[in-house]
Design a protein around this ligand. Structure first.
Ligand SMILES: [Zn+2]
Length: 234
């Protein structure tokens, strides 16, 4: 069953993840949230070093319980990152080396289609770097429910990650009043509000989308309005 990113590593309060037609998924308040209310606490399902290898990621991935495996598989994978991973000869080498090592150890059946497994692992690599967040212990962590929240240049939550009992704990807290049913927005890129629309949009191209958030839409309207007022009067 699709869990929309919620795993045993997630505690979600007053919010839910659900499909959004045409976008994929989003996180929504299920009750009125006040400033300072905790929306969600999440621990990473996979963590690797900043310079972590594909082998390290594959090892972590295959040690996940089946439900978490499915949750990770269902996350969005940026097609450009996937193309880059597939086109990178070093990544290909690493993946095939890892698969052959497992086959020699008898961990895969001999009839496993090696090329298919290799493709899945390259996709895993691209998916991880599409969704991961930096953690204070110099690692990159995959927080599946957090990954389902959409971006706004004017977010309504913060999500600091702090070390707690040796784990990189993400705490999502409301920074504005959020009414039940309203969407919860994070920002994929810090200091967005201080940048002009054009620069924000160009930064967000790294995530492969044109931002249509409240702030971008209102600035776009202002620009359009300005353009009209410059036209000569008749
Ligand atoms: Zn925006």
């Amino acid at each position: 069953m699709e869990t929309f990113g919620i795993t045993d590593r997630t505690k979600i309060y007053g919010a839910e993840v659900r499909p959004v037609p045409g976008i994929g998924f989003g996180m929504f308040a299920t009750k009125n949230l006040e400033v300072g209310d905790i929306v969600m606490i999440e621990y990473p399902v996979i963590e690797i070093g900043h310079a972590g290898s594909i082998a390290e990621l594959c090892d972590r991935y295959f040690s996940l319980p089946p439900a978490e495996l499915r949750t990770v598989d269902a996350l969005h994978c940026d097609p450009t990152k996937l193309e880059d991973a597939i086109a990178n000869p070093q990544h290909q080498d690493n993946v095939y080396r890892w698969v052959h090592k497992k086959q020699r150890a008898g961990e895969f059946l001999p009839e496993t289609d090696t090329h298919q497994v290799a493709w899945l692992l390259l996709r895993l690599w691209a998916l991880f770097w599409t969704n991961c967040s930096a953690t204070p212990n110099n690692k990159s962590g995959l927080y599946p429910a957090f990954s389902r929240a959409n971006h706004s240049c004017r977010p309504n939550v913060t999500w600091p990650i702090e070390m707690m009992d040796g784990e990189a704990k993400l705490t999502m807290t409301a920074t504005r009043e959020i009414r039940a049913g309203q969407e919860i927005f994070v920002t994929y890129c810090s200091s967005m509000r201080t940048l002009p629309l054009k620069e924000r949009r160009s930064k967000l191209m790294n995530w492969g989308f044109t931002c249509r958030c409240e702030l971008c839409t209102s600035e776009e309207e202002k620009l359009a309005h300005g353009g009209r007022s410059l036209r000569p009067r008749r």
